[in-house]
Design a protein around this ligand. Structure first.
Ligand SMILES: CC(C)(COP(=O)(O)OP(=O)(O)OC[C@H]1O[C@@H](n2cnc3c(N)ncnc32)[C@H](O)[C@@H]1OP(=O)(O)O)[C@@H](O)C(=O)NCCC(=O)NCCS
Length: 204
């Protein structure tokens, strides 16, 4: 009988992806990516307006060499969050970029005491549904003809009990299994200042 193959070990070396708060300086890259991936892309103005509401919105980018390769937005309601957008550059897919963005978003949501997060996803978008399922999101209903470009239905997904140990353990497990450490850039200055944040750290 042959021995089972050992599980792959997560690398301890960063792979160049940094998750950072989205700032106006990122919008050119964000909109280029949005235009390439969304049939009804959000405009730069719409993203800019979202960034003007920092108490109810939280937007992140994933950067490689300061170039935007992904982004994710969350809208805060009193007890729950709503993922507004998530996208990753085609060239960077299947490398856990979306996973890193979601990890940071959901950690931030938990720190703000949100207990549930919801989102809509195209009914045919199996890759995204699979990603969300791994985080504990489950189907919660259908919005008929939600997408205006092709009148496709949306699957509503919910993640509950974000404040419970089981869910927080799941986030820790997903982080521990990342192919590279989760590097996060922290703001060390006034968010209205559009300069580069100056510190990066590994999120543990
Ligand atoms: C969905 C999307 C954000 C995923 O980004 P990504 O960085 O490639 O995702 P990750 O590498 O973090 O994937 C994590 C897991 O999700 C699942 N997944 C992601 N892409 C998948 C695919 N094409 N097929 C099947 N499962 C997939 C897998 O379980 C994957 O884990 P694995 O690679 O270890 O098998 C990306 O494909 C995308 O930008 N799509 C277009 C925009 C979109 O659909 N946004 C979601 C709107 S609700």
């Amino acid at each position: 009988m042959s021995a089972a193959a050992p599980a792959p070990m997560p690398s301890s070396r960063p792979d160049g992806i940094v998750v950072a708060p989205m700032r106006p300086r990122h919008l050119q890259g964000v909109v280029a990516l949005e235009t390439a991936t969304n049939p009804r892309p959000w405009s730069e103005r719409l993203f800019r307006d979202e960034l003007r509401m920092p108490t109810s919105r939280h937007y992140l980018v994933a950067l490689r060499d300061h170039v935007v390769v992904g982004y994710c937005g969350l809208m805060y309601h009193p007890d729950e969050g709503h993922i507004t957008t998530l996208s990753v550059d085609v060239a960077e897919r299947r490398a856990a970029v979306a996973t890193r963005l979601l990890l940071v978003q959901l950690r931030a949501a938990a720190e703000r005491s949100l207990t549930a997060v919801t989102l809509e996803v195209r009914i045919t978008n199996r890759p995204a549904q699979e990603l969300y399922r791994r985080f504990g999101f489950a189907p919660g209903g259908i919005r008929r003809a939600y997408y205006r470009d092709n009148r496709e239905d949306a699957l509503i997904m919910w993640l509950h009990d974000l404040d419970q140990p089981a869910q927080l353990d799941r986030l820790d497990r997903i982080r521990a299994e990342l192919p590279a450490p989760l590097v996060v850039a922290h703001e060390v200055r006034d968010p209205d200042d559009d300069g580069e944040p100056t510190t990066e750290g590994v999120l543990r």
